[in-house]
Design a protein around this ligand. Structure first.
Ligand SMILES: NC(=O)c1ccc[n+]([C@@H]2O[C@H](COP(=O)([O-])OP(=O)(O)OC[C@H]3O[C@@H](n4cnc5c(N)ncnc54)[C@H](O)[C@@H]3O)[C@@H](O)[C@H]2O)c1
Length: 353
């Protein structure tokens, strides 16, 4: 089966990471959540690296229980040197394979899904992270945990943009706690395994990554809007519409993630996102209007029951650390990224949600 992901995106990522990619040559890499939005891109990047760049192929072992992988995850294409195993990472993974890299990207990332599956959300971040850290400890592998910008909670405005050193403002109760607190404990586990067992751990805190490959029924803000656009219906903006976000196009994000996986300093956490522009959700609709060249009707509505209220008011990364240590530099402008994303959703979404 052929990929639904744009080949030009994969090519762009490969071009940008060529100089560091050779360290994957001949290695074994365990990737959890490899059938999700980000995981499927990783797999296709590794497959392209194998075909075009690496002296020896990197062998990828994908673990995913498909809980939120959706249709695109269930029907993802297969590639040489990529082995898929349907496995729930809250259970130990027994294997004789020795891994050089363990990348733990399994998680329940969409607020709609974690509202419905709070226990699974907490467990994949805690038991799942612990199980994967055990493998990294056994094999002396480099370990990378996908945390989230949500670990900062609802930030004090004087700490926006958020630096990695900001401790955050998170509630341990409420509809978002299963995700936020799970990721915080996952980070604590990374800290413990690094400090006490000498595991080379890194933590990535992604800030709203978007792009082709997001499922139509994912229910994050941009798939929601793309869906309404396709159906020619007004956009629903939850709450006041004044809450701010930043949006990082997928190619920029994957380059940053790979830089952390391959070159991150042991024990360190990195914000990966695009700090510019920080915009309200209402302004995001204005951007989409410009991209599609027509006015879009919008309804400001109460949060539906299916969506966890108590949203953080602001979200904007300080990326100096990744810039200085890893030469991470997002280059895709929001209007360009939106145009690329909406061209893809226009061709693939049905507009039924
Ligand atoms: N995409 C973003 O903007 C973003 C932002 C912050 C954090 N993250 C984190 O990055 C990671 C990847 O995000 P994504 O957008 O690809 O999410 P996604 O929901 O598209 O994919 C996650 C994958 O993990 C799998 N999974 C969940 N629980 C599992 C379990 N117990 N065992 C095995 N597999 C399991 C799901 O089936 C899914 O395929 C997640 O951990 C997420 O929390 C992503």
């Amino acid at each position: 089966m052929t990929s639904l992901l744009p080949s030009s995106d994969i090519e762009e990522i490969i071009q940008r990471i060529q100089s560091v990619a050779q360290s994957l040559s001949g290695k074994n890499l365990l990737l959890t959540g490899g059938r999700g939005f980000l995981g499927r891109y990783f797999v296709e990047c590794f497959a392209r690296l194998n075909a075009e760049v690496l002296e020896e192929p990197v062998h990828i072992y994908v673990l995913d229980n498909l809980i939120t992988a959706g249709e695109l995850g269930r029907t993802a294409p297969s590639f040489p040197n990529v082995t898929f195993l349907q496995h729930n990472v809250i259970e130990p993974f027994d294997t004789d394979i020795t891994f050089d890299y363990v990348v733990h990207a399994a998680g329940i990332a969409s607020p709609f899904h974690y509202r419905a599956k709070p226990i699974e959300t907490l467990e994949v971040a805690i038991a799942g992270t612990r199980n994967m850290l055990e493998i990294a400890k056994r094999d002396h592998a480099r370990f990378c945990f996908f945390s989230s910008s949500e670990i900062y909670g609802d930030p004090d405005p004087k700490h926006v943009p958020m630096q990695e050193s900001y401790r955050g403002n998170v509630s341990c109760q409420g509809p978002r706690a299963c995700y936020d607190e799970g990721k915080r404990v996952g980070e604590t586990l990374c800290y413990i395994y690094h400090e006490h067992f000498g595991v080379h751990t890194n933590t990535i805190r992604p800030f709203n990554v978007y792009g082709p490959g997001m499922q139509e029924d994912d229910y994050r803000v941009l798939p929601n809007f793309a869906n309404r656009l396709k159906a020619n219906m007004p956009f629903n903006v939850y709450g006041t519409g004044n809450q701010t976000r930043t949006f990082c196009y997928l190619t920029d994000a994957i380059v940053g993630f790979l830089m952390v996986i391959l070159r991150g300093t042991p024990g360190e956490a990195y914000n990966i996102g695009n700090p510019k522009p920080e915009i309200s959700v209402s302004e995001l609709v204005d951007y989409i209007e410009k991209v599609v060249g027509r006015p879009i009707e919008r309804n400001i509505i109460e949060y539906p029951d299916s969506y966890p209220a108590d949203e953080p008011l602001r979200r904007c990364p300080d990326i100096h650390k990744a810039r200085i240590q890893l030469e991470f530099d997002p280059v895709v402008l929001l209007e360009d990224g939106l145009a690329r994303f909406l061209a893809w959703t226009d061709a693939t979404y049905e507009g039924k949600i």
